[in-house]
Write a protein that binds this ligand. Sequence first.
Ligand SMILES: *[C@@H]1O[C@H](CO)[C@@H](O)[C@H](O)[C@H]1NC(C)=O
Ligand SMILES: *[C@@H]1O[C@H](CO)[C@@H](O)[C@H](O)[C@H]1NC(C)=O
Length: 248
Amino acid sequence: MKFTLYFALFALAAVSSPVALASRAARSSHRRLARAAKAPAAASFAADPSINVTGIYGAAVASNTHTLASYPTTPERKAYTNIYGDWQNFANVSAFHFIADMDVDCDGPKANCKGNRDGQTATSFGALDATQVPYFVLPERFTIQYKSILKDNALGAIICGSKMLYGIYGDQDADSPQVIGEASILIGQTCFPGGTIDGGNGHPQNDVAYIVFGSQVPTGIEKNSIDLHALKALGDGQMKLLQKALGL
Ligand SMILES: *[C@@H]1O[C@H](CO)[C@@H](O)[C@H](O)[C@H]1NC(C)=O
Ligand SMILES: *[C@@H]1O[C@H](CO)[C@@H](O)[C@H](O)[C@H]1NC(C)=O
């Protein structure tokens, strides 16, 4: 049986008739198409490939001297995360950062998304559609305490796995206790594709970096929507300045 199969394959390869060649070419082009369909194109709000995502993530982990505030990542208060201001005073760029988990926010016009128990039709500065707008959420108390370094809808960069995505500070968490580490379902599902993320299921590991450029607000933010090209342009510009300031 085995021998026969090997022989048949050998015969096919040896003959290499035009028909066999054409059908092999068709098969390989079909495989190429299947591969292309499987690997999704980078999101339009992902960082430029020239950004050293690994290097910036490493710098975020290592820059932990100047603590601005501390919040739990879950209502059970099992783990706390510090927000750091080590990067506030570079010459040409200013950011604060923290590393946390990622809860999923599903507010806005599609607040009834799967698994979402506490969706609200409005977000803090509008009614951003969580399925269309990459935004992240900050504890309300922090946003009040640090109002002087944080504008509404300010730019942020989120590092999840090997990806860096841009988003805006579009919502506040006012739960009791106020927790840290939350992003719109669009960010959640782009960070962690594969169907595990929905309105009730986030990413529980505390390994996502959030970098917030508090004074920078992209143009093109409407009540429900955002101009993703403007977001990415501002994000890449600020990130290149930060990368330079960090010596990467
Ligand atoms: C990114 O940064 C890391 C850490 O500084 C460095 O080792 C690596 O060479 C950098 N990668 C690129 C492509 O510059
Ligand atoms: C800051 O930006 C100015 C103007 O673009 C530039 O001349 C200067 O070298 C920059 N400084 C640093 C530390 O990158």
